[in-house]
Design a protein around this ligand. Structure first.
Ligand SMILES: Cc1cc2nc3c(=O)[nH]c(=O)nc-3n(C[C@H](O)[C@H](O)[C@H](O)COP(=O)(O)OP(=O)(O)OC[C@H]3O[C@@H](n4cnc5c(N)ncnc54)[C@H](O)[C@@H]3O)c2cc1C
Length: 290
C-alpha cells in the first residue's frame, strides 16, 4: 500500500553545516540524496523514517577531484557524472562500468554514489569496484571528520560503520591501478534495469617476465550478506604463476577457496546455490581472460 505522504516531512537546510547540526540535534532525521532508494520505499508504503533531510542540493558533496595521486568523488556525485568522467574511465574502469549498468539513464541522472554505498545492499553495483580499488571513505558530522577504509564500512546485512549524525562526504581511490588487468561482470535477469544476482569486479597485476600474480583483488556483490572482498580466493591466487600449464590447477584452487567464503543470500532474485555456482564461473572466466 502507498504511504500517506501527509505523515512525512522534508527539510532542506541551506548549508551543509546546518544540515550536520540538525542531524546531530535530532536523530529522527534521515538524509535523502537522489531519493532513488527512499522514494521507492515511500511509494511501497515501507519507509519508516518520517523526517527527511535533503542533502541533494549541496554542491560541495557533488564533485570529482583528480590529482596525480588520487581521485576523490563527492558522495552526492551521480552515476551519470561518474560514467561521463574521462579520468574515471581511464583509471577506474571497474567503477565506470558499474555506473553505466546501474539502473536506467533516469536512475543514473538522479542516484548518487553515496546513496548506493550507504544503502548497503549486498547486491549494489558500485561496492565491488570500490572494494577492489581499496577505496577510503571520509565521514563528516557536527563533531568532525574521520576517514576509514571502505573494507571496514559494511558490518553486517544493511549495517554500516556510519554513526548517528554522520554523512558520507567522499570516496577516495588512489591512481595506481593502470598496470592492472581488470574484469567485471554483472549477472542479472536482463542486461539493463536489473539488480544483480551476482557480480564480480576484479583486478590482477601479473609480472610479464615471471608470470607471477603479484597482486589480486576481487570484489563481489550478492556473495555474502554484505558487499565483500573474496579474500580466500585472493590468497589462493596470490604469488602463483599464471601459465597455460598452471591454469587448470589454479582455477581449481580458486574455486575451492571461493566455496569456503561464499555465503550468498536466498531471495526473490536468486538462490544461494545459483549465486555460488555463477560466482565460481565468473572467477574462472576472469582467470582465463588473464
Ligand atoms: C528503477 C531502479 C533501478 C535501480 N537499479 C539499480 C542497479 O542496477 N544497481 C544498483 O546498485 N542500484 C540500483 N538502484 C538503487 C538506487 O538507484 C541506487 O542505490 C542509488 O545509488 C541510490 O542513491 P540515492 O542518492 O538515490 O539514494 P537515496 O535514496 O537518497 O538514499 C539511500 C540511502 O542512503 C542514505 N544516504 C544517501 N546519501 C548519503 C550520505 N551522503 N551520507 C549518509 N547517508 C546517505 C539515505 O539516508 C538512505 O538510507 C535502482 C533503483 C531504482 C528505483
Amino acid at each position: 500500500m502507498r504511504s500517506n505522504v501527509a505523515e512525512y516531512s522534508l527539510i532542506a537546510p541551506p548549508t551543509l553545516t546546518e544540515a550536520l547540526q540538525t542531524l546531530a540535534d535530532d536523530p529522527r532525521y534521515t538524509p535523502i540524496a537522489g531519493g532513488t532508494e527512499l522514494m521507492v520505499a515511500l511509494s511501497a508504503g515501507r519507509l519508516p523514517q518520517k523526517h527527511l533531510l535533503s542533502i541533494n542540493h549541496f554542491r560541495e558533496l557533488r564533485f570529482i577531484d583528480t590529482t596525480a595521486e588520487a581521485i576523490s568523488i563527492g558522495s552526492g556525485t551521480t552515476f551519470t557524472d561518474i560514467r561521463k568522467h574521462p579520468v574515471i574511465a581511464s583509471d577506474l574502469p571497474l567503477l565506470a562500468q558499474a555506473a553505466s549498468w546501474t539502473g536506467s539513464i533516469a536512475n543514473q541522472n538522479r542516484g548518487t554514489l553515496g546513496g548506493n554505498i550507504v544503502n548497503a545492499s549486498p547486491a549494489a553495483d558500485s561496492p565491488p569496484a570500490l572494494l577492489a580499488y581499496d577505496a577510503t571513505l571520509t565521514l563528516i558530522s557536527a563533531l568532525g571528520n574521520r576517514t576509514i577504509p571502505y573494507t571496514d564500512f559494511h558490518l553486517s546485512y544493511k549495517k554500516t560503520a556510519l554513526r548517528p549524525g554522520e554523512l558520507l562526504h567522499s570516496i577516495r581511490v588512489e591512481r595506481r591501478f593502470n598496470a592492472y588487468r581488470s574484469y567485471t561482470r554483472k549477472v542479472g535477469t536482463r542486461n539493463a534495469q536489473a539488480i544483480s544476482k551476482i557480480a564480480i569486479a576484479a583486478l590482477a597485476l601479473i609480472d610479464d617476465r615471471t608470470r607471477l600474480i603479484q597482486d589480486i583483488r576481487i570484489g563481489a556483490a550478492s556473495l555474502r550478506e554484505t558487499p565483500t572482498r573474496c579474500s580466500a580466493a585472493e590468497r589462493a591466487l596470490l604469488n602463483q604463476p599464471l601459465t597455460p600449464a598452471s591454469l587448470p590447477a589454479l582455477i581449481a584452487a580458486a574455486r575451492t577457496a571461493l566455496a569456503t567464503e561464499a555465503q550468498p543470500i536466498d531471495d526473490i532474485r536468486s538462490t544461494a546455490k545459483y549465486r555460488a555456482a555463477v560466482a565460481a564461473n565468473l572467477l574462472e572466466e576472469f582467470l582465463r581472460g588473464l
